[in-house]
Design a protein. Sequence first.
Length: 55
Amino acid sequence: MPELAEIVDKVTFSPEDIRDEDILALQTAGYSDDAVIEIINCASHWQQASDVWKP
């Protein structure tokens, strides 16, 4: 089962690689649907913000 940090990295750096299994792993680990959505939203917003600061 992937760690939370691995899934956040996927969302942040390779969102196209997120699979149903990743979401299911978070739910199996005890994260609610709302928490999963919040994790994905936060990681994706961080990625958008970091694009602004790239040299």
